[in-house]
Ligand binder design. Structure first.
Ligand SMILES: Cc1cc2nc3c(=O)[nH]c(=O)nc-3n(C[C@H](O)[C@H](O)[C@H](O)COP(=O)(O)OP(=O)(O)OC[C@H]3O[C@@H](n4cnc5c(N)ncnc54)[C@H](O)[C@@H]3O)c2cc1C
Length: 403
């Protein structure tokens, strides 16, 4: 049986290794001069390749309920066995898996060595242009037409196009599938607030709550970065998938930032601080509590002069100040595009494939894996977690067995 895997990224390589056996001829067609370009960038060059807390709640998908059928303890064990089998030695930090070498290149090398050693053929500099099916597949490429009994589309998404995943895969599946509009995810959000130049460069621990209209949709905590066009950092990346889809649907999207997430009752805390430090003017009063750039913005916004004292503010000024410290409203007006986005939301909907095997429900013997599918996860190794899982499920089905 001839199997063509389109794309030599994380999912294509993993699927090839698991699909290869003595009776299968497995060929990866990769348009770049080498495989796994994106993998090398992951986790800031360290590759956070899995998360111990492999749970459906860390994912977004229009048909998310289907993910529950495959994100299971049993499949988690199978993914970890695969990663161990290819020789990856994990370093697990707060549940995040990295290679012990701390180098993404070792993940790529482990995949490549395993693929080559089991006889997978890797053809680089071959761009797939079209897929036709007439009793078998005809895969039209920059290097002529390849015939195949089964085809796996592992072309990634549109995110970070300079790595090769530039949306080609969407054109390849179009004859067979509908697409959920691919949008950037894990990317900064933009705002039109007037303070951008003043707050640029501030990093601080905050709780970020995503609202659409008055509905709270998601909350994330961690280091938020205030930038010259909006807000960034892992908590914001994690909100971006939902925020961008809602924004695209012309909804009113905002992020509320709590700059004092470590304080339960800000009013009592500030009153006590003021009693303890009555000699501090309001500017110094906020020193060491929050970044001075931010306190200056909040004081200016509330028309409070820097030399006034917290204790002498009117109750309504105090309330308004506390509101800005704990519920600072950031209207979301845009987002960083695919060139910056780490992943993509949208793609082929999960209800158009057999979720247990990744085989297309529209075209027999066509498989779709990895980021081509409408699944995106939050930061923490979840995206690669799904990549390995989808690759393994497809490979098992190709080899003719699955649970
Ligand atoms: C900067 C950055 C950091 C990230 N960090 C993490 C992290 O730490 N942890 C995590 O879990 N996830 C991370 N991700 C996300 C993760 O890298 C992706 O989810 C994952 O690589 C997707 O795998 P894939 O195989 O579906 O696609 P890709 O890895 O994008 O591979 C697709 C391959 O297909 C090839 N291709 C495309 N079109 C064609 C064609 N027409 N013909 C032939 N070949 C083609 C491409 O060249 C590419 O090599 C990060 C992403 C980025 C951009």
């Amino acid at each position: 049986m001839k199997i063509i895997i389109i794309g030599g990224g994380a999912s294509g390589l993993a699927c090839a290794i698991k699909a290869k056996d003595n009776t299968n001829e497995v060929t990866i067609l990769e348009k770049n001069a080498r495989c796994g370009k994106k993998l090398l960038l992951t986790g800031n060059g360290r590759c956070n390749y899995f998360n111990e807390d492999f749970d459906v709640n860390y994912y977004h998908a229009k048909k998310k309920e289907l993910l529950g059928d495959i994100i299971t303890e049993k499949n988690k064990a199978e993914v970890l066995t695969f990663l161990d089998d290819i020789g990856l030695v994990p370093k697990i930090q707060k549940g995040y898996y990295y290679p012990r070498s701390n180098q993404a290149v070792s993940v790529l090398e482990s995949l490549l060595n395993a693929a080559i050693s089991c006889g997978v053929v890797i053809k680089t500099d071959v761009a797939v242009l079209n897929i036709r099916y007439e009793d078998k597949f005809y895969v039209e490429t920059s290097d002529g037409v390849y015939e195949a009994d089964k085809v796996v589309i592992a072309t990634g998404s549109k995110a970070y196009p300079k790595t090769g995943s530039n949306g080609d895969g969407y054109n390849l599946v179009k004859p067979f599938h509908h697409l959920i509009n691919p949008l950037p995810a894990l990317t900064p959000l933009f705002t039109n607030l007037p303070y951008l130049r003043d707050w640029a460069g501030v990093r601080l621990d905050a709780k970020a709550s995503l609202y659409v209209g008055n509905n709270l949709l998601q909350e994330e905590s961690g280091e938020v970065q205030l930038t010259d066009n909006g807000i960034s950092g892992i908590p914001i990346f994690n909100l971006s998938s939902v925020a961008i889809r809602e924004l695209t649907n012309k909804k009113d999207v905002k992020v509320i930032l709590n700059f004092l997430p470590f304080i339960d009752d800000a009013k009592t805390y500030l009153d006590e601080r003021s009693d303890k430090l009555p000699y501090l003017n309001i500017s110094s009063f906020f020193d060491s509590l929050i970044n001075y750039k931010l306190s200056n913005i909040i004081l200016k916004k509330n028309k409070i002069s820097y030399d006034s004292f917290y204790a002498t503010l009117t109750p309504s000024k105090k309330n308004s100040l506390i509101d800005d410290l704990t519920s600072f409203e950031v209207p979301i007006t845009g987002y960083a595009d695919f060139n910056t986005a780490q992943v993509c939301s949208g793609g082929v909907s999960l209800d158009e494939i057999n979720i247990l095997t990744m085989e297309s429900l529209k075209q027999k013997d066509l498989y779709i894996i990895g980021e081509m599918l409408d699944v995106d996860g939050v930061c923490g190794g979840y995206n690669l977690g799904f990549v390995w899982l989808s690759a393994i499920l497809a490979a098992k089905s190709i080899r003719g067995y699955h649970d």
